[in-house]
Design a protein around this ligand. Structure first.
Ligand code: SF4
Length: 468
């Protein structure tokens, strides 16, 4: 059975109880946090089991076939274990053949289905099926979790979603059809949430969106306000302000989903100054200009190798993470070779790769030259062999260095060691630092605190380090 989530804080009100399962990417996780915050503010309690809940909400992912399968299976489990199920998230927005809603087709007994980012619609469905408890104390109480709301991540790191949707139309992607065009959150709200998170103990803020570099495009970079100060709705101003807010808390700001537009060049000096981590998650997907054009990628005309070189000149510590697709329709062996050369020459620190898989409703399915699955898989393995070599070489350069490590796990105050991450490792997607037991008896490790550590060796994608 999938774990039914229980947030860190619950209200003191009596049941009704809601079970919640959150699947998918960090953007889906932030949707779950918004719904759980609202449920809790209204006095609903959460249940860790299907059986103990009066109703279950499943937040789904609909991006690739495996995610669709997992989501449909989870809805089936929730129906079997509880019977009253509300479905939300990306899969909720997908239609099957004949234009019928996919979730309703596969599970006709669900109570309601919504798309992603639909807190109000989900709450309406909850109210209809499980009336809101009346508690005079709670009804009069302001949201006790402040601007940040409930978080499903560990206390010391949190995702900060700055926008919803996307204006691009990459041919392999159906996200815009599920999440709509770009809508940037007001910069004042984003900064207020960031501050509340730092106040609440967050030591690492992960900025997410579908396209972080496009922040503010939809509102023409309008000027907003934070604490009475005018500030433009623009990535550069956002990063500068986040860095300044994080500084007194000694917290990290990490940027995800940044496209290699010329405007990103201006953000690199902020990294060199320490306002944001020198880490960029740039989903290049490919390197060959013809493949990028067929993919209709944002910034496909940019000279990415030169750009990365310039970024590294301005900020030598910069770590670049990226994702790629091998075996895109029509990809020739020569185009694929271009990709392998790019990963080596660009020195991509961390790379993930999918073999192209046709997603229902994606325009790329119509592109001539679909490659046999064996070729796509074989190219993916060849890609990963090269990318892992590059990654291992770059990782080895850290041996002997002293680095700041954020501790994620440290049983018994770290007496037997622990696990953490440096600025080069985002949670869940990159490697970790395996911390050895401290040499001094007085030295302890605590989750959510930083320690300095001397890197002694590498172990696959991970580092081994001695806390000092
Ligand atoms: S940039 Fe492309 S891949 Fe990313 S969400 Fe937008 S359309 Fe999809």
């Amino acid at each position: 059975m999938s774990d039914v989530l229980s947030p860190q804080k619950t209200s003191a009100a009596a049941p009704p109880r809601v079970g919640f399962v959150s699947l998918g990417c960090p953007k889906a996780l932030t949707d779950s946090e918004l719904i759980l915050t609202q449920l809790s503010a209204e006095g609903y309690q959460t249940s860790k089991t299907y059986e103990g809940a009066d109703i279950v909400i499943v937040n789904t992912c609909g991006f690739i076939d495996d995610a669709v399968r997992e989501s449909l299976d989870t809805i089936g489990e929730a129906l079997a274990g509880n019977g009253k199920v509300i479905v939300t998230g990306c899969l909720g927005a997908r239609t099957g053949e004949g234009g019928e809603n996919l979730v309703r087709k596969m599970h006709p007994s669900v109570l309601a289905v919504t798309g992603p980012h639909a807190t109000q619609e989900v709450m309406d469905a909850v109210h209809l099926n499980l009336p809101k408890p009346h508690d005079p104390f709670i009804d009069l109480m302001p949201n006790s979790f402040g601007e940040a709301g409930i978080k499903l991540t560990p206390r010391h790191y949190a995702y900060l979603k700055i926008s919803e949707g996307c204006n691009h139309r990459c041919t392999f992607c159906i996200i815009p059809s599920m999440r709509g065009d770009l809508v940037s959150r007001p910069i004042g709200d984003v900064l207020k949430e960031a501050r509340a998170l730092f106040e609440g103990g967050v030591k690492e803020l992960l900025v997410i969106s579908q396209d972080t570099s496009a922040y503010g495009v939809d509102v023409k970079y309008r000027t907003g306000f934070y604490e009475g100060r005018p500030i433009r709705t623009r990535m550069l101003d956002l990063v500068q302000a986040l860095g300044e807010i994080a500084e007194p808390y000694g917290a990290w700001v990490r940027l995800h989903y940044v496209y290699p537009y010329p405007s990103v060049d201006e953000v690199i000096p902020l990294m060199a100054q320490g306002l944001a981590l020198p880490y960029l998650d740039v989903p290049f997907q490919h390197s060959h200009p013809d493949v990028l054009r067929r993919m209709k990628r944002p910034a496909s005309g940019e000279k990415n190798l030169e750009r990365i070189e310039r970024w590294r000149e301005a900020c030598p510590e910069l770590v670049v993470r990226s994702t790629f697709i091998a075996g895109f329709p029509g990809e020739t062996e020569q185009e694929f070779q271009h990709l392998l050369d790019f990963v080596q020459e660009a020195g991509i620190d961390r790379a993930g790769c999918f073999a192209y898989s046709a997603i229902d409703g994606a325009v790329a399915n119509e592109i001539p030259g679909m490659l046999p699955i064996e070729v796509r898989e074989e190219r993916r393995s060849r890609f990963m062999a090269v990318a892992e070599q590059v990654s291992a070489d770059r990782l080895r350069r850290r041996v002997g260095a002293t680095m700041q490590v954020l501790v994620d796990s440290a049983p018994a105050l770290g007496r037997k060691g622990g696990v953490g991450r440096t600025y080069a490792d985002a949670p869940e997607i990159d490697g970790v630092v395996r911390l050895l037991p401290p040499l001094k008896a007085s030295k302890t490790l605590k989750v959510g605190e930083f320690t300095r550590a001397s890197i002694v060796s590498t172990d696959g994608h991970d580092l081994v380090a001695q806390p000092i």
